[in-house]
Design a protein around this ligand. Structure first.
Ligand code: HEM
Length: 413
């Protein structure tokens, strides 16, 4: 990638920026690594772009996740946070709270959402992956976002939570309405969150009377052993598991496939290794795709609760801080050949799943889904290729996530 001229900062948050934010982030990292900006919503926030500063900020207890610490007018007008803030009890979830509440709730969910539960879920994820590919495999073309990356994680999380099969399409439609607002249409989001809340509360109520082997039952059981978990807390937990595990995984599959299409030599190395039955390159490859063009562009909101400095810059109390994971993960001070996609990259402590106490609790599930999706697509549809020019693809709007709205592909049926 050509070096950016040092005198002019490429614009942020424009159409071109959405398609390729990396040159602007490279400029910021070099010239203004802790940069105060006005977001498209009008809110003023600090962008942190260097890897070392990003890691430090993500682990800094003086940066609160609780929006009550945001001093500006934007908080009062409800522009900070995710849609549906009026369903306030649903919003008191892991990503919006601090210790000691965060510690207690995270401990509870960790008891139910164990690596063992996720590993046992592997055959089910594979079955879902195959079923979704079956639906378009004979056609020779598909939209990989709508027909594959979108349904896979929502069905997977629904299964894991214990949402009965007959209700899963409702959840899929509501979750879809929540992310569609990033495309500019806000209508329906509030209604979708309201529906999800009512549904989850009712489901938790039913499960309480008839505990099963699913994650919601596990949450209820964990809460019954000493530490208290209210029904609202359980609903907020189920909600964040749905919400945090949904759009992120769509983007891992979408951005991941797109990166492989643009790097045919890397894609062929991966396909050859899968043909030989090896999994090592797939595993390092998923980590590299998370680093190179990860699903979460900016970590979620943090607010300064006492004066602090990041990278030598003073942050006033009440100011929002946004850690730009996408910029940190291409910091040449940490990653050699930072703009090169190298699926075999060995030294890769990327921040794609965050860092510190809010580190992604769903990382094992996300990796499992990513492995299953990419390996199965490349094995079953070996000549899978992009059916549009990369410049014509549209990226979903929205501040936090980075992902494609559609990904048309073709292949030999
Ligand atoms: C937190 C990324 C999939 C559940 C996070 C954070 C990141 C992240 C960056 C930290 C945000 C911050 O500190 O501001 C991802 C990516 C995924 C993914 C890239 C897919 C590739 C999932 C899945 C689930 C999940 C599948 C669950 C089903 C969560 C939860 C948190 C979280 C509950 C909040 C943890 C806490 O605050 O303690 N994720 N995630 N994520 N993630 Fe994920």
């Amino acid at each position: 990638m050509p070096a950016q001229p040092s005198f002019a900062r490429p614009p942020l948050f424009t159409w071109d920026f959405a398609a390729d934010p990396y040159p602007a982030y490279a400029w910021l990292r070099e010239h203004e690594p802790v940069h105060r900006t006005t977001l498209p919503s009008g809110v003023e926030a600090w962008l942190v772009t260097r890897y070392a500063d990003a890691r430090q900020a993500l682990a800094d207890a003086r940066l609160s996740k609780n929006p009550v610490h945001h001093s500006e007018q934007a908080h009062r007008t409800g522009r900070v946070g995710i849609p549906g803030e009026r369903q306030a009890d649903l919003m008191t979830h892991l990503l919006n709270i601090d210790p000691p509440d965060h510690t207690r709730l995270r401990r509870l969910v960790s008891k139910a959402f164990t690596p063992r539960r996720v590993a046992a879920f592997e055959p089910r994820v594979q079955q879902l992956t195959d079923r979704l590919i079956d639906d378009f495999a004979a056609r020779g073309s598909a939209d990989l976002i709508h027909e594959f990356a979108f349904p896979l994680p929502i069905y997977a999380i629904c299964d894991l939570l214990g949402v009965p099969a007959e209700d899963q399409d409702d959840l899929r439609d509501w979750a879809g309405a929540m992310i569609r607002h990033h495309g500019g249409r806000r209508g329906g989001v509030g209604r979708a969150v309201k529906n999800i809340r009512a549904y989850l509360l009712e489901l938790i109520h039913r499960k309480r009377a008839d505990l099963g082997d699913d994650l919601i039952s596990g949450l209820i059981r964990a809460g019954d052993h000493g530490e208290h978990l209210t029904e609202n807390e359980a609903a907020a937990m189920a909600f964040i598991l749905l919400f945090a595990g949904f759009e992120t995984t769509i983007n891992l599959i979408g951005n991941g496939c797109f990166a492989l299409f643009r790097h045919p030599e890397q894609r062929h190395l991966l396909q050859d290794s899968l043909r030989r039955g090896e999994s090592a390159l797939l595993e390092t490859g998923i980590e590299e795709l998370l680093r190179y063009d990860g699903p979460v562009e900016l970590a979620t909101w943090r607010f300064a609760t006492s004066p602090l400095t990041i990278g030598g810059v003073g942050i006033p109390v009440g100011d929002p801080v946004l850690v730009v994971l996408a910029a940190a993960d291409r910091d040449p001070a940490r990653f050699a050949a930072e703009n090169t996609l190298d699926l075999a990259r060995a030294d890769n402590p990327h921040l794609g799943f965050g860092h510190g106490i809010h580190y992604c609790i769903g990382a094992p599930l996300a990796r499992l889904e990513g492995r299953s999706a990419l390996a199965t697509l490349l094995t079953r549809l070996p000549d899978l290729r992009l059916a549009a020019s990369p410049e014509d693809l549209r990226w979903r709007g929205g501040l936090i996530m980075r992902g494609l709205r559609e990904l048309p592909v073709e292949f030999t049926p």
